[in-house]
Each structure stands twice: as C-alpha cells, then as structure tokens.
Design a protein around this ligand. Structure first.
Ligand code: PPE
Length: 304
C-alpha cells in the first residue's frame, strides 16, 4: 500500500503518497485507540460520486465522540476532504479511508497529552471478498470468537481496537478454508461478520439481528430501505445460529463487501446452495443506487 503514486491528506496538508508517514511511538500504534471510516465512490454517468457520504462522516464524528476524542476538523471539512481524495488521486471509483488517531506526543495508556491526528486516503478497491463472491456467494463459519460486548468496547463506534476481534475471526475462518466468519454475541445470538452486517431471509421475510453489539452499518440501513421499497417485510429480532442455517437465504452487507450472498454456513447448505432471489433483487437495487441509475435515490450520492 505504501509504494504508490497519489496524495494523502495528513494533518492539514496533501502529501505525496509515499511521504504520508507517522512516528514509531504513535500512541494509536501502541494501544489501538482511534476510529475510522470506509466509504465508496462509484462511477456514475456524471462522473464519480460518493455513496452516503454524510452518513459516513456523521458516523466518524460519532465514533470520535464515543471515544471522547476531540476532532480538529468539522463535518463539512471531512466531507470535502473525502471528495478531494477522489479528485486528487484521479479515481473514477474507489474506497476512501478517513482515520483519526492519537500521535507520538506521549505514551502511556492515558492519552492525555497526545494530539489528535486526521488522515484521509483513497485508492481503487474491487470485490472485497474475492472476484466471484458477489455473483456466486461465499462460505462462512461461525467464529469461536464472540463479538465485543457493548460494555467491553462501545460497539457503535467504528473503533480501530474492535478490529483485533475481527482479525482473529477472519483468520480463523480462512485458516479453516472458509471465506468469512460470522460472530455471535456474548449471549450466543448472531451479531455480524468480521466486517459486514448479516441478514437472513425466511419465507419472504428479511430478518436482521436485533443486537447492540454489531456496528450500525450504513449498507445495512440502505438495504433495509430498499427491501421495504420492494414490498418486503424487514424485521429485527434475536437470531440464533440454527435459524441462520435453516434460512432460505443469507447475505452480508458492508461498504467494502457490498451485498455478498452466503451459500454455506458451517458446512450446511443455505437454501438451494445458490444466491437466492431476494438477495439478487436487493443487489440489483443497491448497485442501481450506487451507480446513480435509481432516480429516486440520487440524494444518497455526492457528485465529485
Ligand atoms: N460491521 C463491521 C465490523 C464492519 O467493519 C463493517 C464495515 C460493517 C459492519 C458494515 O458497515 P457499513 O460499511 O457501514 O455498511 N467494514 C468496513 C471495513 C472493511 C475493511 O476491511 O477495512 C467497510 O466495509 O468499509
């Protein structure tokens, strides 16, 4: 990642990509305290546009607030930096990564005295879970690791530190030959994927976990709206792992993973073993929105 052309915004300036560096004693590098966002820009007929930028920037500000980190930049500045990251790097589509971290001004767990730093980068990023994942679906295992309890880490924040949990889970899943992990919460109910929210479909009803431990995903919220507009019932409830394996359809949602069908969980086939009709319908509607082809949702796009 480090050896590329392009520009990264770091603490007030656009630096050449290779020069956007931090010191080895950076507080966040030692203790993982900070937060970030993951945002996609898509190619539309009118040039690149960022999908649901306001919601992502708002979640970043909320994440910082949850962590009690004072941001040195406001929402409007963050939004314009995201647009500028696409523009400066001459991307037609891409993934934008704003990151808030604490600096090398001091070490020791208490961050008092460490300055807040902000970085924004953008680069091209294709299918997150592999070339055919979106078309053919993926195989998932229930993780032996539980998703954070909300009193261990406050789970509405997209906090850097929560991702050690995601990394343990995804490495375990891949080591065992699966594509992705599905984490349960500490009570044993379905929470989410290592970097995606999860939905199941049963008898035409779209169900999502009623959980306080999953990230409040923006793709999840988009899918909820699109499913309702398609006349489907969407409901949040506690979901158990046996309900997942007995579902007609299962899919994961996330900015990076978009809408990825799950065709197998713990070596049990889901439905027909092929991505199902509800998943396909929601994929179609989602991709129409992000590409600016759905006139009723152009408000979700910020043209660059
Ligand atoms: N849960 C987790 C734990 C998560 O990381 C993500 C996004 C989601 C749910 C879905 O949220 P949303 O993107 O708002 O729909 N994961 C981001 C990071 C992926 C990465 O590898 O980095 C993403 O999809 O951008």
């Amino acid at each position: 990642m480090q050896d590329r052309d392009g520009y990264i915004w770091l603490d007030g300036q656009w630096l050449p990509w290779r020069e956007a560096k931090v010191h080895a004693l950076t507080h966040t590098l030692h203790y993982g305290y900070g937060c970030f966002e993951g945002i996609r820009a898509y190619e539309t007929a009118n040039g690149p546009a960022i999908f649901r930028l306001d919601e992502h920037v708002r979640r970043l500000v909320d994440s910082a607030h949850i962590l009690a980190i004072d941001l040195p930049v406001d929402r409007a500045t963050l939004s314009s930096l995201c647009c500028e990251a696409i523009r400066r790097n001459e991307l037609r589509s891409g993934y934008i990564r704003p990151l808030v971290f604490l600096g090398a001004e001091k070490l020791g767990v208490d961050p008092a005295g460490a300055d807040t730093h902000v970085m924004v980068a953008a680069w091209p990023w294709g299918a997150y879970l592999g070339g055919n994942a979106i078309k053919d679906g993926i195989r998932v295992r229930v993780s032996s690791y539980a998703r954070h309890h909300p009193n261990v880490q406050m789970c509405r924040a997209k906090a850097i530190s929560t991702y050690a949990n995601s990394i343990l889970a995804v490495r375990e899943a891949r080591r065992d030959g699966y594509d992705e992990a599905l984490l349960l919460d500490t009570e044993g109910y379905v929470a989410e994927g290592s970097s995606e929210n999860v939905f199941i479909v049963r008898d035409g009803e779209v169900l999502q976990p009623e959980t306080t431990s999953a990230l409040d995903g923006i793709t999840r919220r988009t899918v909820e709206t699109l499913a309702r507009e398609a006349g489907l019932t969407v409901r949040a409830k506690r979901i158990t792992r046996d309900e997942v394996v007995c579902a007609d359809e299962v899919f994961l949602t996330g900015t990076a993973a978009e809408i990825t069908p799950v065709i197998e969980v713990d070596r049990r086939r889901i439905g027909t073993g092929q991505p199902g009709p509800v998943t396909r319908l929601l994929q179609q509607r989602y991709f129409a929105c992000v590409r600016g082809e759905d006139a009723s949702h152009t408000a979700w796009l910020t043209p660059i």
